[in-house]
Design a protein around this ligand. Structure first.
Ligand code: GAP
Length: 446
């Protein structure tokens, strides 16, 4: 049995995966991109509900990595960049995957991902592959109207280099001193040979990366620290421990400059796969950019009168991939009064809407005060409002998009100035004074 197959008995089934992909389309999480033109090769658009989910994943990351810390600052670097950056980083020479063509059915495959490197997974032919060639994953484009060599630009394949090339700017313009980090969330682009498994591997995706600059002698301890922190982040946001593991890389998986890398992995229907890598990158990146740019990229410790090139610990996560894992982990079905209830048990910080206001009837005497309550709650939370269909069906719809609380405004509300608040997971209901609803929710949704 392969290492990857070990301990996979808890994996969500392929049927469950199909159900979740279905739900994401039906409820406005994710649409195939350019669908009215037949779709466009593994690209996806995030719909009205999905955009909230994805934003919440990124915000939760930013909150714990930047907002709650005094040793990490943020950055938003450009996506377009000149070849020099990628020459220095090593991506122009090394950011490649081995590509083989099947001479029998003319399909292309990534050699290192094939179950049997001799057999074509499309047509089953044996020994039909061409010699492997290295295929560079970067998207090349041109900046400006003239197509000469000076116009060549690349879409970044990772956000990380933005932090390295701004290292000097950040230390010159802020009060940071090592150990400190620079964090960034944004789009990256890779011309993947075999994108797939829904939004797991796409050519356009979002990353959440942080480069943490430390004294060389402290690199190992900070590496351990960030492995623990990052693993815990997923647990804190509702990932069940049995679907999550931290896997240290074997020596033959490490890049030449890395002295340690661990992946946070999620148990997908196809087995354990990566959500995030935490790498001890040494001083490789700063040294490379210093050599290629001619700038000094080092730290001067005035008190000790010492200069040194910081080592870097890099937690690098995928936002789109993580959003998908949260959906998979949260999906649940249960029997309620003879019917199947589908519910996304998302952590409240990740849930797209925090609350939905549902007047029992759309008659104006209920709809008007219910709309007023929704308007007030919107000052603090993403709040949905729905007055169509029977109340039971509206609850089910909110369950399916993971809304933690539903507030029902009924005819009694006009008399007792209270509403019924229903909690998603337990379906328990409480009568709460209208004036108290905001405080009640704030206490539970921190
Ligand atoms: N700077 C280091 C770096 O980019 P990586 O392991 O190549 O490391 C980090 O990428 C994370 O970005 C991955 O763990 C994964 O979550 C996400 N990612 C990478 N390629 C992706 C793709 N094609 N589609 C979706 N997410 C991807």
């Amino acid at each position: 049995m392969s290492e990857d197959a070990l301990g996979t008995e808890n994996a969500p089934s392929p049927e469950l995966f199909d159900k979740i992909v279905n739900l994401t389309k039906r409820r406005g999480f994710v649409y195939p991109s350019a669908e009215i033109y037949g779709g466009f090769r593994s690209t996806y658009d995030y719909g009205p509900v999905g955009v909230l989910l994805l934003r919440n994943v990124k915000d939760a990351w930013w909150r714990s990595m930047v907002q709650l810390r005094d040793d990490v600052v943020g950055l938003d670097a450009s996506i377009l960049s000149p070849p020099q950056v990628w020459e220095a980083s090593g991506h122009l020479a090394n950011f490649t995957d081995p590509l083989v063509d099947c001479t029998n059915c003319n399909t292309r495959h990534r050699l290192d991902k094939l179950e049997d490197p001799k057999v074509c997974p499309n047509c089953g032919a044996r020994g039909s592959f061409t010699e492997p060639r290295e295929f560079n994953l970067m998207f090349k484009t041109q900046a400006g109207p003239v197509q000469d060599a000076g116009a060549v630009a690349f879409l970044r394949p990772e956000t990380a280099q933005g932090m390295f090339i701004n290292f000097k700017n950040v230390i010159d313009t802020t009060r940071v001193r090592p150990p400190f980090g620079i964090a960034q969330v944004g789009k990256s682009f890779r011309n993947e040979i075999t994108p797939g498994q829904f939004v797991f591997r796409t050519r356009e995706f979002e990353q959440m990366e942080m480069e943490f600059f430390v004294h060389p002698d402290e690199a190992n301890q900070w590496y351990e620290y960030w492995c623990t922190e990052r693993y815990q982040w997923y647990l804190d946001h509702g990932m069940p421990a049995e679907l999550l593991r931290l896997r240290p890389h074997d020596d033959d998986e490490l890049s030449h400059y890395s002295s340690g890398t661990s992946d946070v992995e999620f148990l997908f229907p196809w087995g354990w796969d990566e959500l995030e890598g935490i790498a001890n990158r040494g001083n490789y990146d700063l040294t490379q950019h210093a050599e290629h740019s001619g700038e000094k990229l080092e730290w001067y410790d005035q008190a000790a009168n010492e200069r040194w090139v910081p080592h870097v610990i890099e937690p690098a996560a995928g936002a789109t991939r993580t959003a998908m894992a949260f959906l998979m982990a949260a999906y649940d079905e249960e029997e309620v009064k003879g019917e199947t209830r589908t519910v996304l048990r998302l952590h409240h910080r990740i849930a797209p809407y925090k609350v939905a206001v549902l007047p029992l009837s759309k008659k104006v005497e209920l709809a008007e005060p219910a709309r007023a309550l929704a308007k007030e709650l919107r000052n603090s939370f993403m709040c949905d409002y729905d007055e169509t269909q029977a109340i039971g069906r509206r609850y089910r719809r909110q369950d399916e998009i993971g809304t933690p609380y539903c507030v029902t405004f009924d005819f009694d509300s006009l008399e007792d100035h209270a509403v019924t608040v229903r909690e998603r997971d337990s379906m328990e209901q409480e009568r709460i004074a209208i004036a108290e609803v905001g405080a009640y929710l704030r206490e539970r949704l921190v």
